[in-house]
Write a new protein. Structure first.
Length: 167
């Protein structure tokens, strides 16, 4: 995907798709914090065990970010991005169906891996989609704003009102 073969409108559509994936990546990392009490009650957990649901995601994401960025460079951003999104769907389904803390921690780690795969691939595609100059600067400004929105929305607990409270 290069700047020469995409129309102006198509570029912004690509940014909308990649930006949505980026918001979900950031939101996944922070939204769980607001849902921890409900998860704790549902799985009947006590103490630090529940913290591993947050830590597993953060460790996998931060530990694999550079490696996955290099993989996107070598294998192609689009291919790596799609693989990461498929893994995200599977990991999210596993999180939702997790019957135990061990299964939830493993699924959260998978979500972290998927985030490490999609984030650098998506940013690489944004950089390659927009020509250098004002248009790319606008796209990167929007990209940064979307990251801030995702982090804030997750911390404010936009999603937890849909999480069922434990018994």
């Amino acid at each position: 995907m290069t700047t020469s073969n995409l129309s102006q409108t198509r570029r912004w559509q690509v940014l909308a798709l990649l930006g949505t994936a980026f918001v979900m990546t950031i939101l996944d990392g922070t939204s769980l914090l607001a849902a921890l009490p409900a998860i704790e009650g549902h799985l009947r957990l006590h103490g630090p065990a529940i913290q591993w649901t947050v830590t597993a995601y953060a460790l996998a994401f931060s530990g694999l970010l550079l490696l996955c960025g290099r993989a996107a460079d070598l294998l192609g951003g689009r291919r790596v991005f799609i693989a990461g999104m498929v893994l995200r769907v599977v990991a999210s389904l596993a999180c939702g169906l997790a019957p135990s803390i061990q299964a939830l921690v493993a699924a959260r780690a998978m979500q972290g891996v998927s985030a490490a795969i999609t984030a650098p691939a998506a940013l690489s595609m944004v950089m390659n989609t927009f020509p250098e100059g004002i248009e790319r600067n606008k796209a990167l400004g929007i990209w940064g704003g979307l990251g801030g929105f995702g982090a804030t929305a997750g911390l404010l607990g936009v999603q937890p009102r849909y999480v069922q409270k434990g018994p």
